[in-house]
Design a protein around this ligand. Structure first.
Ligand code: NAG
Ligand code: NAG
Ligand code: NAG
Ligand code: NAG
Ligand code: NAG
Length: 516
């Protein structure tokens, strides 16, 4: 990486402003085209960015255990981008970029080292410092409580999310978060991508906690059950989420006036052919990946087709649980990167033993290899379609696009045209969805700086800022996309725009549509 290369970026930028990408039906737009109060930001997550893994009382999460085994040869995962020590510098970059919001997560095992019990004062101090630094600079914190990284202590003690015990411990953890930070944090996400977490960690076993069973695991797992645990884990996540939301509404909402949601991994679903079978299969894939979470949240139960195909392996909600889960959100975090092709595959239902990927009876082909470092295809219509689907199927709930971004090889050029083209296209897709009535409230690009990527370690990256891992100081350098995003964010008239407006509308909307 030649630090000199970015000196030429500003010249490039001038010509870029006139570039038309031709990838979205909305090509020419500025921030002014978005509703007042629409939030633009960027995000990271605790394990991926903080470092300081063994400092100040933090204990390992399941990701520490996994990364030490799998990514031992890469840049020290215990250091990551060292945001723990460099948060002031990073917030300064956010200010220069012009972000309205920063989405980050709290490391549960930093705040409560044993998963439950005493709070770690140093952990408390770090998150207070980060939150205060953001607020001081007018940047809205969006905080996730569990981004794949529950404490190893709870995994060892009772198996983490496979046990109902975690509902109690997660609720106690959420209580600490609300109590300590809720006077300044208005946007809480309980759990990140339960669908991906369950499939990666409990079906294929490629991701921590690496539980799976033959013949389904793509690795050799020492424990697990791919046919039932993914369903059990999502069930417990939904109950823990609902429990945290109910706690917030009972004890904190009146004083703190914040909002609690959950984030979901989504994909654009394209039937492989226009046959009825493939079209129905696409809806089925939606039900298995998104309906799995959304149907309980909106209707109080899993989709019919899931219950039919999975049978007794999917847990049932009691009437009380169903009531608690239904309506237990103020907004949803939609995470979108790419589209997939879907082909009907009824044969898979004939297998004697089935996992979620055979239960769905469809063959899914990703438009890019998820674990490579190739750039992702740019398909803004797919993001628009995802947002449209939430509007039509789930009563148009408030949504934040919580992750969306382009992958490049980590140390490739700072002139990341592919990234800004991707962002331009997809922000245009959001605008198209908004113009057709979507209730999307914000767009938070992934990721702010280059982080430790959960699917590829340090091989690929999504950051607006390059982090030089060969420099002991881990210096950050803006990529062209950082300049582009900054221009876009500062280009519109933003007078009178802010969280207050959004807050009012969210409350009005929640009252009207969400709590039946
Ligand atoms: C799993 O273990 C078996 C037997 O030790 C071995 O043959 C196989 O290659 C392993 N599979 C993976 C994916 O590591
Ligand atoms: C997995 O769970 C299912 C449903 O509880 C059970 O029938 C099956 O025997 C279990 N399989 C293994 C490998 O433990
Ligand atoms: C980028 O990293 C790869 C592997 O980590 C290495 O082979 C390559 O030479 C690096 N490229 C640059 C420009 O530093
Ligand atoms: C726009 O919204 C209408 C009403 O919900 C829907 O029928 C139509 O398909 C949507 N158009 C697009 C392009 O999504
Ligand atoms: C918020 O609601 C008010 C009144 O209902 C409306 O005038 C305004 O346009 C809304 N703002 C947004 C961002 O939706």
């Amino acid at each position: 990486m030649q630090p000199g290369t970015f000196l030429s970026l500003s010249c490039l930028l001038i010509s870029l402003l006139h570039l038309s990408t031709g990838v979205s039906s909305v090509n020419e737009f500025s921030r002014d085209d978005f509703p007042p109060g629409f939030v633009f930001g960027s995000g990271t997550s605790a394990y991926q960015v903080e470092g300081a893994a063994n400092e100040d009382g933090r204990t390992p999460s399941i990701w520490d255990t996994f990364a030490h085994a799998v990514y031992a040869h890469e840049h020290n995962v215990d250091v990551a981008a060292d945001e723990y020590h460099k948060y002031k510098e990073d917030v300064q970059l956010m200010v220069e970029t012009g972000l309205d919001a920063y989405k980050f997560s709290i490391s549960w095992s930093r705040l409560i080292p044993n998963g439950r019990g005493p709070v770690n004062p140093k952990g408390l101090q770090y998150y207070n410092n980060l939150i205060n630094e953001l607020i001081r600079h007018g940047i809205q914190p969006h905080v996730t409580m569990n981004h794949f990284d529950h404490p190893q202590a709870l995994e060892d003690e009772y198996g983490g999310w496979v046990s109902r015990n975690i509902i109690r411990d997660f609720t106690a953890y959420a209580d600490v978060c609300f109590r300590e930070f809720g006077d300044r944090v208005l946007y809480w996400t309980t759990v990140n991508e339960p669908n991906v977490f369950a499939l990666g960690g409990y079906d294929s076993g490629e991701e921590p906690p690496q539980r799976c069973s033959p013949p389904f695991g793509v690795v050799n797992c020492s424990k697990g059950n791919s046919t039932s645990e993914p369903y059990l884990v999502v069930h417990h996540i939904l109950l823990a989420h609902a429990s945290a939301v109910n706690l917030y509404r009972k004890q904190y909402k009146d004083k703190q006036h914040g909002f609690v949601g959950l984030s979901i991994y989504t994909m654009g679903l394209l039937p492989e052919t226009d046959t009825k079978e493939d079209i129905i299969a696409s809806q089925r894939v939606h039900d298995f990946y998104v309906g799995w979470i959304m149907d309980p949240l909106v209707y109080g139960d899993y989709p019919k087709i899931m219950k039919k195909n999975v049978g007794s392996r999917i847990p049932s909600f009691t009437n009380l649980e169903s009531k608690q889960v239904k309506g237990s959100f103020d907004f949803l975090g939609v995470i979108y990167y790419l589209n997939v092709n879907v082909k009907d595959n009824p044969e898979s239902l004939k297998m004697k033993q089935r996992d979620p990927q055979t239960d769905v009876a469809a063959k899914i082909t990703f438009s890019a290899d998820l674990s490579s470092d190739d750039e992702l295809p740019i398909t803004p219509w797919a993001l628009q379609g995802v947002l449209e689907k939430f509007k039509q199927q789930y009563g148009n709930p408030p949504i934040f696009v919580f992750e969306n971004g382009q992958r490049t090889k980590r140390n490739s050029s700072l002139e990341d045209f592919g990234r800004l083209t991707y962002l331009h296209g997809n922000i245009g897709g959001v605008l198209d969805a908004l113009r057709n009535g979507s209730n999307t409230r914000g767009y938070l690009q992934w990721s702010f700086i280059d982080v430790f990527e959960l699917l590829s370690g340090y091989a690929s990256s999504y950051g607006l800022y390059y982090v030089d891992l060969d420099d002991p100081d881990l210096k950050r350098y803006p990529k062209l996309s950082a300049h582009w995003y900054s221009r876009f964010l500062k280009g519109g008239s933003i007078s009178g725009v802010g969280p207050i407006e959004l807050e009012k509308n969210l409350s009005a909307l929640s009252a009207a549509h969400l709590f039946h």
